[in-house]
Design a protein around this ligand. Sequence first.
Ligand code: UDP
Length: 462
Amino acid sequence: MKISMVSEHASPLATLGGVDAGGQNVHVAALSAALAARGHDVTVYTRRDDASLEERVRLCDGVEVVNVEAGPATAIPKDELLPFMGSFGDRLAEYWQGDRPDIVHGHFWMSGLAALDAARRPGAAELPVVQTFHALGTVKRRHQGSDDTSPPERESLEPRVGRGVDAVIATCSDEAFELKTMGVPSTRISVVPCGVDTGLFTPDGPAEEKGRPFRILTVGRLVPRKGVGLTISALARLVDSGRDDVELVVLGGSRPPAEVLDDPDVQRLLAHAEGLGVADRVSFRGQIRQGDLPQALRSADVVVCAPWYEPFGIVPLEAMATGTPVVAAAVGGLIDSVVHGRTGLHVPPRDSDAIADAVQTLLDDPALLASLGAAGIARTHSRYTWSKVAAETERAYLRTLRAAGRADRGGRAGRPVDHADRADRADRADRADRTDRAARLPEGVAGGSRRSAGRSNGRVSS
Ligand code: UDP
């Protein structure tokens, strides 16, 4: 298939960790590469945010990034990009007139808007559009209230995108529920998670030296809703309760390591740590390259992911793939990916005492730490490799083409391919693969993501 990914603010070529560069960038890059590995031609259209960028950049075999002229070629916060989506759609329409894709996949609501605009023009003959939202405005507003900087138009336009596209891929079951309440018909929703690079995030390999016997680690953007402040409060509680053996490493933010203290989020979090008397145990490292992340994750005893809400959350998968147990807020995608008591511990959102209790439980029980770590590795391999995610995404594309009556179109270089038949074969192969893997895994590890639903309140007893 010839696939057009549209990712207006999140380029697969961006540096990660800043306010607007995180999981979506990783997702688009890795999914595109994995689809190309399955034989598809992928082009990623993203807004040119730097005048020095070439129009076309090769990402890897089979994947090209097109930097689209839409608005000034400078970095602009994503919440200020809506005015440029009209010209982004115009450019997409021009590109697709010269080089028609078989399917379009929009990432984030504004990409969906521009993609639909271009795909529904008379000359475009109703190009099929699949959409992944990555985040929903309704959820953001619920949690951030007046701090939400999304443009007010998002409230009406985002549901319109959901209802206007041919199919929506939700990254977790919680998102699928939200989409239904937005009016997206359930028959058009599939759930396909994000993945993790299990070739890079491995349990074996170098690990950084620790500064104290136990290390807690967080990774990601440092915006308030990621909850790093809660983890600092949890650290203070552990110290207050008599633990002198713990440290916290915070990776990510909008600055490289040498300028980490210039990051306003780091300044805010450092002041919080100072206020609680634990600043000497917290080290802020700034942005880290993905290639350097595994050895940092391996050095940690526990990775804490404590967002207020989370559309998916790739970091817990990266931790699990390196064999590091996760303490995760039981929200959004983390409800699916982290299995309570098997690959980590769930805690209620915005509850630093519960984080402290969960970390304490793990640090006091080396056998539990080891078994959760092993199960995390097994779970990421059985469920979250990018090749699996790409296979499931491909099936969603094929179902969309079939529903749109285009199941026999879209062969590469004009070669007709019976996509419907290919979908059935892929389904059969994947079922066989799942059965085979399940047979090889420790009991319970390969199982459903809702196993933890039986817990009484998501709280961890210590
Ligand atoms: N990341 C990174 N370096 C950083 C900060 C983050 O490589 O300094 C990566 C992180 O490893 C993960 C992604 O950015 O792959 C963040 O994705 P996640 O889904 O966890 O959070 P999001 O940013 O989408 O909210």
